[in-house]
Design a protein around this ligand. Sequence first.
Ligand code: GSH
Length: 226
Amino acid sequence: MYELHIGNKNYSSWSLRPWVLLKALGIPFTERQHYFGEGPGFSTFSPTALVPALVDGATTVWDSLAIAEYVHEAYPAVWPANKAARAFARSAAAEMHSGFSTLRNICSMSVGIRVKLHDTPPALMRDLARIDALWTTGLTNFGGAYLAGEAFTAVDAFFAPVVFRIQTYGAGFELSATARAYADRMLALPAMVEWYEGGLAETQRDLPHEAEIAASGEIIADFRAK
Ligand SMILES: N[C@@H](CCC(=O)N[C@@H](CS)C(=O)NCC(=O)O)C(=O)O
């Protein structure tokens, strides 16, 4: 059985991607959770000392996109069956993997809080506009509830952290009704609800993450366990 090493559910956006993919597709795995800044460090299971890492027997896969590709070899449902949808899904997941740095920097993931940003610079608005356009293209072209068709696939998993960021920071973001409806659908997905509840239950606070968030905005609600 796969072992998936992840960080805090509240903060770890990269961990969320493969975790929600495996959960939503019903692929069995054992979760190994490690809190940021605690214990012997992530280098005990990952060559980059980063989460996520997937361990399958003697094989370690230490990057979220590589994990999606590795799991796809055993479970084809990771990517859409339709060739055009698969090309779109892979392009969009890769775009997320290597881009949207302003959104990632300003809106650090913290699923259990709500934040009013001090500032919404043009680069952040550009990232959001691109995400809106990309989501709308996928939902329109492939005609499903998810980005590349009727089924949840890896491309949805790659945008799952954006969905939580919109919930945390995005009350005032200008997003189309289509993009908002997709975000709401994702938030209602049982795998997303399970991650969210796991994040809310965590009481450990990682000071570097907390400091990043405090620099970006004012916390207006905190639903995390004390
Ligand atoms: N490209 C990597 C990025 C992984 C990454 O940056 N993980 C962060 C947390 S979400 C991490 O492990 N940071 C280690 C630390 O802060 O100590 C992937 O896709 O898996």
